[in-house]
Structures are given as structure tokens and as C-alpha cells.
Design a protein around this ligand. Structure first.
Ligand code: C2E
Ligand code: MG
Ligand code: MG
Ligand code: MG
Length: 287
């Protein structure tokens, strides 16, 4: 895209060329700045986790939460993970940051366990670099052991692109399964995807990407792909969860097509710890 912009800019004359190259320089400068600031973010306590509840669509109960990283910079304000996670990946900063996320989520789970909240799953996003970092399985296994958590209540979300080196990935997945972790394929169907890999992998859940959920209300597609993914997932004995549910119509469609797990703004945005805790305690009291 940068090349295309340059090309167009050249075609349109010198001034435009300067304008575009200036814009590119600026975005490069922002990236460098973010990288520098990100290096200090853990120490300066600018990172936090938000939690988005995951619902059983049939009962309306929360069965899990997804931990989502937030970076609140004193000058830039909240920087989107969509912007800073790729930078963290490129620079390998994702390794200490990912480690911080796991510790934080584990501590939170332990705190909730102490309050009697034992039946809520915790989903943690794991980036490709982090997953393939040496001893990842051992390190996360140790963390979780230290906090006395039940690994069956922890789900690790990885994307299809993490699995590109199948042999290496399989080895790591088997180790993680030996610890008892659940594995989920995040953004399922969005990336490069070969369906045949699914049957070779020890995974538990597929998480249908939001773009397919959006298609439910598309007048042409009418959710035909969602339907196919739900059926395939169930036939292979996976749990199937839909992400990015924003409308009642989408929810009804999912229900009718036997997708009983869901997450999205229709239910709730990701919430700071205090707010999610309140929801979880309220649910606990009802029982
Ligand atoms: P993801 O794991 O696929 O997370 C779902 C994203 O969609 C989240 O964005 C969430 O806030 C947003 N979302 C949830 N429901 C809805 C909805 O109904 N509508 C819309 N429009 N959006 C919805 P967020 O928190 O900005 O995170 C973006 C991505 O950054 C995540 O996508 C994940 O890939 C990455 N990420 C976030 N936290 C972490 C982390 O701790 N570690 C790693 N490695 N990646 C993370
Ligand atoms: Mg996720
Ligand atoms: Mg996702
Ligand atoms: Mg995503």
C-alpha cells in the first residue's frame, strides 16, 4: 500500500509526493515512539487486563471471560491492541508482555476462586511469537501451577497463522494438552486455512470470526458460512463459540443453528476488573 501511495503521489506531481512521504514518515515515527514507550509500559504499570464475558446463549449465563490487554499511555491515552500487539510481535516485546498477561490472568483467577467463583473459564490470547518461544508450555504450566489453578478452566486462544509450522506446533500443543489446558482457534476461518489440519490437532474450541457473524444479516450470504462452520465444528466434537455478536438477529440465528456459546457487544464490551467481578458475583448469588 505504501508503494501504491507513492506511485499515485508521483503521478500526481511533486507536491503530493512530498505529502505522502511525509505521512509515511509520520506513521513510521509513531511506530518507533510506540515501540520505545511499550518497552517501559510494564514497569510503569500502564498495562491492564479487561475481561469480556462469554455467554451460554440458551441460558444467558456467563461461562467464561476473555482477557484482553489494554495499554493506557499517559500521553497517547488508550492505544488499541490492534496497533501495539503487532509492534510487540515484531520486536519480541510480546514475550515479556505475554508473560505479564498470563501472570495477571492467573492471579485474577486465583482471587476469583477465593471469592467462590470457580466455574468461570479464563481465555487468554497467545501470539505466534510467544507460542513458539522456547519452553512456552513449561513456563505457562509453571505459572499456573504456582497459583494452584485448574488448567481445565483455562483456554489458550491461538490463531491459524500460529500453526503454519505444523510439526513444531503439534509438539507444543501436545505439551499444553498434557498440562490440561484447553486450546481454541481464534478468528477461525479468517486467515489462511486448510480444513484438513483440524483433524490432526488436539484442539477443543473453534471461535468463529466476527466477519462470519456479520454475514448473518447479509442479504446474499444470510449466514450460510456460519452455519457450515458450526456444523463442521460440532461434527468434529469441538466446542463452537461465535465472537462479535452485536445484534439480536445474529443471536437468534446462532441459537437456531445450535451455536450455544457467544460473545460480543450485544452482551457486553470488555470490562475492567471491578465491573466484570460484579457481574460474576451477582451470577454466583443467584445460585
Ligand atoms: P481477539 O482475540 O479476536 O479479540 C476480539 C476483539 O474484538 C477484541 O478487541 C474485542 O474487544 C473485540 N470485540 C468483542 N466483541 C465485539 C463486538 O461485538 N464488536 C466489535 N466490533 N468488536 C468486538 P481488542 O480488545 O481491541 O483486541 C484486538 C486483538 O488484539 C485481539 O483479537 C487479539 O488478537 C489481540 N489481543 C488482545 N489482548 C491480547 C493479549 O493479551 N495477548 C495477545 N497476544 N493478543 C491480544
Ligand atoms: Mg481472542
Ligand atoms: Mg477473535
Ligand atoms: Mg482478532
Amino acid at each position: 500500500n505504501a508503494d501504491a501511495a507513492m506511485y499515485l503521489a508521483k503521478e500526481n506531481g511533486k507536491n503530493n509526493y512530498q505529502f505522502y512521504s511525509h505521512a509515511l514518515e509520520e506513521s513510521g515515527a509513531r511506530k518507533m515512539m510506540l515501540e520505545m514507550e511499550l518497552r517501559k509500559a510494564i514497569k510503569k504499570q500502564e498495562l491492564s487486563l479487561y475481561y469480556q464475558p462469554q455467554f451460554n446463549i440458551l441460558t444467558g449465563e456467563i461461562f467464561g471471560v476473555e482477557a484482553l490487554l489494554r495499554w493506557n499511555h499517559p500521553k497517547f491515552g488508550f492505544v488499541s491492541p490492534a496497533e501495539f500487539i503487532p509492534i510487540a510481535e515484531e520486536t519480541n516485546l510480546i514475550v515479556p508482555i505475554g508473560d505479564w498477561v498470563i501472570k495477571q490472568a492467573a492471579q485474577q483467577m486465583r482471587a476469583w476462586n477465593k471469592q467462590g467463583i470457580n466455574n468461570i473459564k479464563m481465555s487468554i490470547n497467545i501470539s505466534a511469537r510467544q507460542f513458539h518461544c522456547s519452553d512456552f508450555a513449561e513456563i505457562i504450566g509453571e505459572h499456573v501451577d504456582k497459583y494452584g489453578l485448574n488448567t481445565k478452566m483455562i483456554e489458550l486462544e491461538i490463531t491459524e497463522s500460529t500453526l503454519q509450522n505444523m510439526d513444531l506446533s503439534l509438539e507444543i500443543l501436545h505439551k499444553l494438552k498434557a498440562y490440561g489446558f484447553n486450546i481454541s482457534i481464534d478468528d477461525f476461518g479468517k486467515g489462511y486455512s486448510s480444513l484438513s489440519y483440524l483433524k490432526h490437532l488436539p484442539i477443543d474450541t473453534i471461535k468463529i470470526d466476527k466477519t462470519f457473524v456479520d454475514d448473518i444479516t447479509d442479504p446474499v450470504h444470510k449466514g450460510s458460512l456460519v452455519k457450515a462452520i458450526i456444523d463442521m465444528g460440532h461434527n468434529m466434537n469441538f466446542s463452537v463459540i461465535a465472537e462479535g455478536i452485536e445484534q439480536k438477529e445474529q443471536l437468534e440465528f446462532l441459537k437456531q443453528n445450535n451455536c450455544v456459546l457467544g460473545q460480543g457487544f450485544y452482551y457486553s464490551k470488555p470490562l475492567p476488573k471491578e465491573d466484570i467481578e460484579k457481574m460474576l458475583l451477582e451470577q454466583l448469588e443467584k445460585h
